[in-house]
Design a binder for this molecule. Structure first.
Ligand SMILES: [Zn+2]
Length: 144
């Protein structure tokens, strides 16, 4: 388990972790909980959350983020087998503008079929060489 697992008593996911609010549990280990989303986009829509309360992904300790992704392939496989879906999205939103509804990091696993699942509008732009170079330099400075 990670050394410190912050808790926000007002957070619905922290209350699910503590057992105050029930969930349809799919997976649990010392760092991570997986359960069905109660407002599913499609059948089998599930969440993987760290047990500790971190609002956005950039705040999550690397070992906890790794623990969440360690279970993602196995849980995704099991959900696809159970639902018969052949495609799925893993979605992780950070911040209200990016549609984060609960301020406790969570990864959605959303099965996709021809008639159900996540609809994505993807407005592809273009990347200019000058801006790419500026971005690479700025991001590299931040990778400490
Ligand atoms: Zn929380």
């Amino acid at each position: 388990m990670h050394a410190s697992q912050p808790v926000d008593p007002e957070c619905i996911f922290c209350r699910i972790v503590s057992g105050t609010i029930p969930c349809h549990r799919l997976y649990e280990d010392e760092d991570v909980l997986g359960f069905l989303d109660v407002g599913p986009v499609s059948r089998g829509h599930a969440l993987i959350i760290p047990k500790g309360h971190w609002a956005t992904l950039d705040q999550v300790p690397a070992d906890v983020a790794a623990a969440a992704m360690r279970v993602a392939p196995r849980l995704s496989r099991a959900i696809m087998n159970a639902t018969g879906a052949e495609a799925w999205n893993v979605l992780q939103n950070n911040g209200k503008l990016a549609h984060q509804a609960v301020d406790h990091v969570h990864f959605h696993i959303i099965p996709r079929t021809s008639d159900a699942g996540l609809e994505i509008g993807w407005p592809s732009g273009s990347l200019g060489d000058e801006d790419a170079a500026a971005l690479v330099a700025a991001i590299a400075r931040g990778m400490n």
